[in-house]
Ligand binder design. Structure first.
Ligand code: MG
Length: 258
């Protein structure tokens, strides 16, 4: 990108190459007498977003559930209307009806979702308050009543199921709502041959506490055996029916790939 003869040494070439690659600076401004304004950029202005109050959605969010109905969702079984029960501003898994997923597909995103374990504590391990949030329909962020309920640590709440345990257990008791904020970067594939170029990456905050910190996702979620790498495009947010009456509310998403 630059002629070494115009610069003093190889290290400078290296550092400037990194800097310029990152900030897309034209070669013309590469010089030895830098001024502060040489690295200050004004246009275009960043888009304005109005934050929500508390956990309300920001102004540019796609609201996936506002407490009233499941019109943004459909049955994973047959694409019909999502069969889960809506009441009092939240909805609850209807065991045996199968998972539900958003009608819309997404790439990179920020997802806010609140969930609550069944109010009657029963079962243990993976059988207590199990559900899950599948990113692009393929990669599960585990939902489980992990309050005073041991199981394998790469399967407890906040894990990337069977791949990456949460850094800590940030669970609240069952009568309180849990909050996940998930920042997801989809995997990148070579469109010519389908080869994986970059793994998916996810950061998860559980009740405001980081439990996954830029975790690389190894492949699709598998109950048995290792993850698989499969080629795919945009995909839905899917919620798991694991037979337990887990509830959800206040779900919104911001696209990050535009
Ligand atoms: Mg699950």
């Amino acid at each position: 990108m630059f002629k070494a003869t115009t610069l003093k040494n190889g290290l400078t070439v290296f550092l400037l190459s990194i800097f310029c690659a990152h900030f897309s600076i034209a070669q013309e401004i590469i010089k030895e007498d830098w001024k502060p304004e040489d690295t200050e950029f004004w246009d275009p202005e960043r888009p304005k977003v109005t934050p929500g109050q508390g956990t309300e959605p920001p102004s540019d969010a796609i609201v996936l559930f506002d407490g009233s109905d499941l019109s943004a969702w459909k049955s994973q079984k047959d694409g019909s209307a999502a069969p889960w029960k809506v009441e009092d501003g939240y909805f609850t898994v209807e065991p045996g009806t199968g998972g539900i997923q958003t009608k819309e597909n997404f790439g990179d995103f920020q997802l806010h979702i609140e969930w609550r374990s069944p109010q009657e504590v029963s079962g243990e391990g993976q059988g207590r308050g199990n559900s899950g949030i599948f990113l692009q329909g393929l990669y599960e962020v585990q939902v489980l009543d992990s309050y005073d309920n041991r199981t394998y640590y790469n399967g407890q709440a906040g894990s990337i199921y069977k791949q990456s345990p949460p850094l800590v257990n940030a669970m609240r008791p069952v009568d309180e709502w849990e909050v996940y904020d998930i920042i997801y970067t989809a995997p990148r594939f070579d469109e010519k041959n389908g080869a994986l170029l970059e793994k998916a990456q996810v950061t998860v905050l559980h009740n405001g506490i980081v439990v996954q910190n830029a975790t690389k996702i190894q492949g699709t979620t598998a109950y048995i055996g290792p993850p698989k790498i499969i080629y795919h495009g945009d995909g839905p947010i899917a919620l798991q029916d694991h037979g337990n009456t887990v509830s959800f509310r206040n779900i919104w998403l911001r696209k990050l790939d535009q």
